[in-house]
Design a protein around this ligand. Structure first.
Ligand SMILES: [Zn+2]
Length: 109
């Protein structure tokens, strides 16, 4: 049977998942419970897909401000002139603004 937690295939006689130690509730050979488990697996699939999408958006929203922070630090470090320091500050403020914006719209933080 497949582990309902992580999807790892385990022997039918196994009482615990070999991968994540999740207790496999179905007694060996009980096809009814096995069938229920597979239904649960399918039903939980859209949730994991939307979780993946959420993490993708989150990762993307973190990379952009992260690049902005790096650009800001580089410009500030190179700042022989006031002009370059201003560009660095602009990058820093923009990236901080984006981070705050994503924190507000996601509401998960
Ligand atoms: Zn498992």
């Amino acid at each position: 049977m497949f582990c309902p937690e992580c999807g790892t295939e385990n022997p039918d006689s196994a009482r615990f998942c070999g991968n994540c130690r999740h207790q496999l509730s179905a007694p060996a050979g009980d096809s009814t419970v096995n069938h229920q488990n597979s239904v649960v697996e399918i039903a939980s699939e859209p949730k994991s897909v939307s979780d993946g999408l959420k993490y993708g958006i989150l990762a993307g929203s973190l990379i952009i401000p992260f690049i902005g922070l790096i650009m800001g630090i580089i410009y500030m470090a190179q700042g022989e002139s006031e002009e370059k320091k201003d560009v660095g500050k602009l990058w820093l403020y923009a990236s901080i603004g984006i981070i705050v914006f994503y924190m507000i719209i996601s509401g998960d933080f």
